[in-house]
Design a protein around this ligand. Structure first.
Ligand code: SF4
Ligand code: ZN
Ligand code: ZN
Length: 303
C-alpha cells in the first residue's frame, strides 16, 4: 500500500483514523499529535524546565525524544532500582537513549542512597508497592530540589485505557478521580504530565523503531502485569472490532472525570519532620519506610 500523502510505500497502517503512512509522514503525524495533546490539555509551555523520567523502556524514551524534537527544554532522570541484571540493562538503555536524543541524564541509584535495592528489603509490604512509593518520591523530590516545572512520564493511551477499565471494574473511584493527562502542581508536588496520552502503544513502538531508539524489552522480574495485560487484551479485541474504542473511552473519561471528584478523600497535608516534603503524618511514607533520620538532598547541576 502507498502512503496517504506521498507515493512512498506505507510503513504503518493506522486503524483510527484509518490510513496508511510512510515512515516520514508517520513521524510527522506522531509528533503533531503529541504537540496537539500538549496544547489541548495545556500540559507544558516552551519556557518550562521539564524532567523526563526515563526507565530504559520505549514509552519514556519516546517521550524524551519527541519533547526534545518539539523544542521543549528537557533533562532526564533515570532511577536505578537495584534489581540485578534488569536494572543494569535498564540504566545502559537509558544512557544510550539520552545520548541519541542529546539530553542531559541524571542517574539516582537506590542501592547507593538507601543501602538496598528493590526486592532486597525485608518487609511485609508488596515489592511493587514500596517500589512505586520510592520512585514517585524520588522523581518528585529530584524535580523539586532542582527547580523543574514539570515531570513528564511515558504513559500512553493503552496504559490509561487499561488503568481506567480495571478501576471501573473494581469501582476504585478514588483512583478513577485521579487519572488524566495532567496533575497540576500543588505545594511541593511538582506538576506531572503525560504527553503520549492519546497515542497507542503500537504507535509508540513504531515511532521508536522509526527514529532508532533502542529500549529494554524484558519485564521487571517483579511485574505482576497479569491484570494490566488482561485489560489490554480485552481492549485490543474491542479495538479490532470497533476502531476508536480506546480513544473514545479515554477522551470521554477526561470529559466526565469531574463526576468522580467527590470521591477524593482530601487529607490535610503537613511537612515531613525529616525531609520537609508533604505528608499526612509527622513523617512521610518514604522516610518512614526507609527508616531515614535525615533528608536526602538531590540537588545537582542542571542546565
Ligand atoms: Fe517496581 Fe518492578 Fe514492581 Fe514496576 S514491576 S513497580 S519496576 S518492582
Ligand atoms: Zn508519505
Ligand atoms: Zn520525609
Amino acid at each position: 500500500m502507498k502512503c496517504k500523502f506521498c507515493s512512498r510505500e506505507a510503513y504503518i497502517k493506522l486503524h483510527y483514523p484509518k490510513m496508511y503512512l510512510c515512515e516520514e509522514h508517520f513521524k510527522e503525524y506522531f509528533e503533531r499529535k503529541v504537540q496537539r495533546t500538549i496544547e489541548k490539555y495545556k500540559l507544558l509551555k516552551k519556557d518550562e524546565k521539564i524532567l523526563v523520567a526515563v526507565s530504559g523502556g520505549k514509552d519514556s524514551a519516546v517521550t524524551a525524544y519527541v519533547l526534545n524534537k518539539l523544542g521543549y527544554n528537557i533533562e532526564c532522570l533515570h532511577i536505578n532500582l537495584g534489581i540485578g541484571e534488569y536494572s543494569k540493562k535498564s540504566e545502559e538503555y537509558a544512557k544510550k537513549q539520552c545520548e541519541l536524543i542529546g539530553a542531559p541524564l541524571h542517574i539516582v541509584r537506590i542501592k547507593e542512597i538507601l543501602g538496598y535495592g528493590i526486592g532486597e528489603v525485608k518487609t511485609r509490604r508488596p515489592t511493587c508497592s514500596y517500589c512505586g512509593l520510592t520512585k514517585r518520591y524520588i522523581m518528585n523530590k529530584f524535580a523539586y530540589d532542582n527547580g523543574f516545572d514539570a515531570i513528564a512520564t511515558g504513559h500512553n493511551l493503552d496504559d490509561e485505557a487499561s488503568f481506567l477499565l480495571n478501576n471501573l471494574l473494581y469501582w476504585n473511584t478514588e483512583y478513577i478521580a485521579k487519572g488524566g493527562p495532567l496533575l497540576p502542581a500543588e505545594g511541593k508536588f511538582v506538576k506531572k504530565v503525560k504527553p503520549l496520552y492519546e497515542l497507542t502503544e503500537r504507535e509508540v513502538v513504531a515511532y521508536a523503531l522509526a527514529v532508532g531508539l533502542e529500549y529494554i524489552v524484558e519485564e521487571c522480574p517483579y511485574a505482576r502485569g497479569a491484570t494490566t495485560l488482561d485489560m489490554k487484551a480485552v481492549l485490543n479485541e474491542l479495538e479490532e472490532k470497533r476502531p476508536g474504542t480506546k480513544y473514545n473511552f479515554v477522551r470521554g473519561y477526561v470529559k466526565k472525570k469531574k463526576l468522580f471528584e467527590s470521591e477524593i478523600r482530601r487529607k490535610e497535608l503537613k511537612e515531613c519532620k525529616i525531609c520537609g516534603m508533604p505528608s499526612s503524618g509527622d513523617i512521610c511514607a518514604f522516610c518512614r519506610f526507609w527508616g531515614l533520620k535525615e533528608e536526602i538532598k538531590f540537588k545537582v547541576k542542571v542546565r
